[in-house]
Write a protein that binds this ligand. Structure first.
Ligand SMILES: Nc1ncnc2c1ncn2[C@@H]1O[C@H](COP(=O)(O)OP(=O)(O)O)[C@@H](O)[C@H]1O
Ligand SMILES: [Mg+2]
Length: 336
């Protein structure tokens, strides 16, 4: 039934909203049993893509085959084989955890005995068995997320879609969800498709990652391959008093420096070996009249891969979005 054993085959999928193109001609394949992630900033098109793959939104053009069926031509068949955890929490606060799961199991027509057994097993698996008969209204965000993951597993989907599963969770709850997803991958041969804007989440969980920006895939591969595909190994960040273009120019001439980018009074240099190269970088700053305010070294991450291809950071994008929202909420100037 599955074409070439692929869980997902997408070719040139596009979605327009009026004049705006949210997803712009994306193509990729996901093998059965893969943990595949889409990493990208807010507004990159992740939710639009996942909504098309899960039959909730029609593509403007292009094609997606999910679990062997075309999402546009055979949506009901696709839905039978997938589980979807949307970005917003959808469990019913006025019901208990177990009741939430039971309604879902009935919807999929699973018979009573089997349903009870499966729900018991899943509640245990996500660590909610002791709270199963409490109202969801009394759950923490992390517990609610775990319940929603357990719930979509009731009908044993071959393919699980998760849209930003840890968004808004505190670091500890996030880690619990990560452990749960890792555990899922060890069990039955399930395929997981996840979107996230947390690079550490993609790096920790995904066997393969597509980096998405402005509706397009800009790079794709295993986290290790993506990092190996950009120059340098470490990033040295220096906060410099009196930072000038001259300092940056001098630094770019050093043989072990691959790229230097500047953000206000800080610079980030991608280098061969951070710890070894740091003293010489500091010398260059001082020789050009700059003062070191702070210095740090870190290994290149998927964040640096994103910066390499787009010239901006995922985080920066977020910050800009927030300030834009604050700006939009400001009262209009009077007396025009
Ligand atoms: N229903 C819609 N109508 C108009 N524009 C939309 C709609 N849904 C998403 N968009 C736009 O499409 C782009 C991608 O959004 P989305 O897929 O939600 O991104 P992400 O999930 O990566 O944050 C954004 O610019 C967003 O404003
Ligand atoms: Mg989204």
């Amino acid at each position: 039934m599955l074409r070439d054993g692929k869980a997902i085959t997408v070719s040139g999928i596009t979605r327009e909203f009026g004049p705006a193109t949210a997803v712009d001609g994306i193509s990729f394949e996901v093998d059965r049993g893969e943990f595949f992630g889409f990493l990208g900033p807010n507004g990159a098109g992740k939710t639009t893509l996942i909504r098309m793959l899960t039959t909730l939104l029609k593509p403007t053009s292009g094609q997606a085959i999910v679990s062997g069926f075309d999402v546009a031509e055979d949506p009901a068949r696709v839905r039978k084989h997938i589980g979807v955890v949307p970005q917003a929490m959808t469990s019913d606060l006025d019901l208990t955890g177990r009741e939430n799961m039971d309604i879902y199991g009935r919807f999929y027509g699973i018979r009573s005995g089997e349903r009870k057994e499966r729900i018991e097993y899943l509640l245990e698996m996500v660590g909610l068995a002791p709270r199963a008969d409490d109202l969801v209204a009394t759950y923490s965000g992390g517990m609610r997320r775990r319940l929603e993951i357990a719930r979509v597993l009731v009908h044993k989907p071959a393919l699980l879609f998760l849209d930003e599963p840890t968004i808004g969770l505190d670091p500890q709850s996030r880690r619990v969800v990560w452990e749960l997803l890792k555990k899922l991958m060890q069990g039955d041969s399930i395929t997981i498709f996840l979107t996230t804007h947390y690079m550490e989440e993609a790096e920790l969980l995904c066997g393969r990652v597509a980096i998405i920006d402005a509706g397009k895939i800009i790079a794709m591969g295993s986290p290790a391959a993506l990092k190996a595909g950009i120059p340098g190994n470490d990033i040295v960040t220096l906060k410099v008093g009196g930072l000038t273009d001259e300092i940056i120019g001098a630094m770019e001439k050093l043989p072990f420096v691959h790229k230097v980018s500047r953000e206000e009074d800080s610079l980030a240099a991608s280098v061969d070996n951070g710890a070894e190269n740091l003293p010489q970088l500091i010398d260059v700053v001082r020789a050009s009249g700059g003062a070191i305010v702070a210095a740090s070294v870190h290994e290149q991450s998927l964040e640096d891969v994103f910066i390499h291809y787009t010239g901006k950071s995922i985080r920066e994008e977020e910050a800009r979005k927030v300030s834009f929202l604050i700006g939009a909420g400001m009262p209009q100037r009077l007396g025009r």
